[in-house]
Design a protein around this ligand. Structure first.
Ligand SMILES: [Zn+2]
Length: 303
């Protein structure tokens, strides 16, 4: 079985200049080809202990609670009578602001300019070598970004992986405020994410939701107590929004270095049965039995 990871899905005219997107037209084509060469399985099949994934099975997953998933994905799935798994955080709803990872996406999509790149460069110089965190990250981060994007990769590494959550809020909030305007953020949040009503409507129409970490902060940087709190807050938010128990989790960023044994222990305590990472590897019965907290996924642009 191939588990496929999607983020943005938009009509070609609105396609974002961020990594991890497909056009709606391409998405429709992918769904048609998956249905004609194999089967799109229901996410809850994983919870059935007799389930035997086959090589031509597909499981579709969608990260970050993007409003695209309601406007463009949900109608296509419903039309074909198939289900998928959607991962939701929580902080964006409780604090009415973009997750820091999306503050960067927003700036790169709407405010890409020499001035923005200069601000990235100054920020990197200012904070370089400033923080010590528990996890260590190597060359795996943003490894597939092209050379011309190296400054973009560097600011993503700094903000997403190498600063603590407080400094991350400060840096991402400052850049966002300077280029997009803090006063615009509540309106952008409403357009960017699924509303709680949309989540409830999708959950009532055969779609399955999982948790994705409350703050989308990289879990391996957190202490055990912080991981537990971030995971539980996210699981509770999704359970409340969907009125259903939560069995699935997806690690923010998905690299093997972005979670650890403590993360897995917290997930088990929170009632999670399967957790998803990002690595281009097929999933078979043995994966489900032996590695339920390391289910690998293919990016939608690379399978
Ligand atoms: Zn994410």
């Amino acid at each position: 079985m191939k588990v496929v990871m999607y983020h943005y899905v938009k009509p070609a005219a609105n396609a974002p200049s961020a990594l991890h997107w497909v056009t709606l037209e391409h998405f429709r084509h992918q769904l048609d080809s998956m249905s004609s060469t194999g089967n799109i399985i229901h996410p809850k099949e994983l919870l059935n202990k007799d389930f035997e994934p086959r090589p031509n099975d597909f499981l579709l997953t969608f990260d970050d609670a993007l409003s695209d998933h309601y406007h463009f994905v949900f109608p296509e799935l419903t039309k074909r009578n198939v289900s998928a798994l959607f991962f939701v955080n929580g902080l964006q709803y409780k604090q009415k602001r973009l997750l820091n990872v999306h503050r960067l996406h927003y700036l790169l999509h709407h405010h890409f300019s020499d001035q923005l790149l200069t601000a990235f460069s100054e920020t990197i110089d200012f904070f370089k070598g400033d923080v010590q965190l528990a996890a260590t990250f190597g060359n795996e981060l943003y490894a597939n970004m092209e050379e011309r994007d190296s400054l973009v990769a560097a600011i993503k590494k700094l903000i997403n992986f190498h600063v603590d959550p407080i400094l991350q809020n400060e840096i991402a909030g400052d850049l966002f405020g300077r280029f997009a305007g803090n006063e615009n953020e509540p309106m952008i949040v409403r357009e960017w994410y699924l509303s709680e009503q949309q989540i409830a409507a999708m959950a009532a129409s055969n779609m399955v939701f999982g948790a994705h970490g409350f703050s989308h902060y990289v879990l391996s940087n957190f202490s055990a107590a912080e991981q537990e709190s971030d995971i539980l807050k996210s699981v509770h938010f999704v359970a409340e929004a969907t009125n259903q128990p939560v069995s699935f989790f997806c690690y923010p960023y998905g690299y093997a270095s972005s979670f650890n044994d403590t993360t897995i222990a917290c997930l088990k305590n929170a009632g999670i049965q399967f957790a998803f990472s990002v690595e281009h590897q097929e999933v078979d019965k043995l994966t489900l039995l032996n590695r339920p907290y390391g289910i690998t996924r293919f990016d939608c642009t690379q399978f």
